[in-house]
Design a protein around this ligand. Structure first.
Ligand code: AMP
Length: 267
């Protein structure tokens, strides 16, 4: 990880310059939906399933919009890669407060490396100072895209961010790590991935949904960006988690204590 301690001069705070922030938003099955595995175990059935923005990406958009409200960046651009319906995910980002959207449209199933390459190509066109992504997509649980993007761009990265501070010319990110928190200073441009505690995304209001309809969304394609999105991984099988066995009623406290002592297992 590109750790950089001490005072760093940031272009991000230059007065009068356009300072762009790219935020990646993925369309996934809504977190309230219980998805079913397809009979041939090749994946999950998304037919008729409610789709929403990946929850970690909502946090990413919220953070991006907060940085704009604080005057740290001047433009927030939301990017989504996938089918035409990702437009809806982009509209949600625009309703939270992003300024414009970029859809990289494809019917191909995208794996993290392909998404990272597409985001790199968009970053090269847009020249942002910061890219914010979710730490993981709740459908594939990969937790790879931000790290791959930072590596492809050759930029520093701060993953699992629980606090982002841009102050007096420095970017400092506090990260959720095993057993505590770590604060790192980063050179700009940089890639950040969001953890749960970074912020609480605002509610999207009806007037803002209406305003979002008028904001621009550009459509690009992997071919137009010169990115090969072919698969590097093959899914061999997908299975449901094991069913939990039914609970039992105990007649009294003594039996409960006995069961806890002799039968309870630490999971
Ligand atoms: P993953 O590495 O798949 O767990 O995804 C981590 C993050 O990468 C997500 O939270 C998104 O911010 C971003 N991302 C992944 N896939 C896409 C996509 N198809 N379009 C836009 N952003 C994506």
């Amino acid at each position: 990880m590109g750790q950089y301690k001490g005072s760093v001069e940031l272009r991000i705070l230059d007065q009068g310059n356009d300072v762009k922030l790219l935020v990646a938003v993925k369309r996934v099955a809504d977190y309230n939906v219980k998805v079913r595995v397809i009979a041939d175990a090749s994946g999950v059935d998304l037919d008729g399933v409610k789709m929403s923005m990946n929850p970690f990406d909502e946090i990413a958009v919220e953070e991006a919009v907060c940085l704009k409200e604080k005057g740290v960046v001047t433009e927030v651009i939301a990017v989504s890669c996938g089918v035409a319906q990702c437009q809806e995910t982009l509209r949600t980002a625009l309703a939270i407060g992003a300024d414009r959207g970029v859809l990289v449209q494809t019917e191909a199933e995208l794996q993290p490396l392909a998404v990272a390459k597409l985001l790199k190509a968009v970053a090269e066109r847009e020249q942002p100072q910061l890219v914010i992504l979710g730490k993981q997509a709740i459908d594939d649980d990969c937790n790879q895209t931000a790290q791959m993007l930072a590596a492809l761009l050759g930029w520093g990265q701060a993953t699992f961010a629980s606090k982002v501070v841009v102050d007096a010319g420095t970017l400092q990110v506090t990260r959720e790590v095993d057993g505590g928190r770590e604060t790192v200073g980063l050179k700009i441009p940089a890639v950040i991935s969001t953890d749960l505690r970074l912020n609480e995304p605002r509610y999207v209001t009806l007037p803002n949904i209406m305003k979002a309809k008028k904001k621009p969304v550009a459509t690009l394609t992997p071919e137009g960006l010169g990115v090969d999105v072919s698969h590097r991984l093959k899914t061999i099988k997908v299975v449901e988690p094991p069913k939990r066995s039914a609970g039992v009623k105990v007649p009294d406290v003594a039996t409960l204590l006995d069961k806890l002592k002799h039968q309870a297992k630490v999971i």
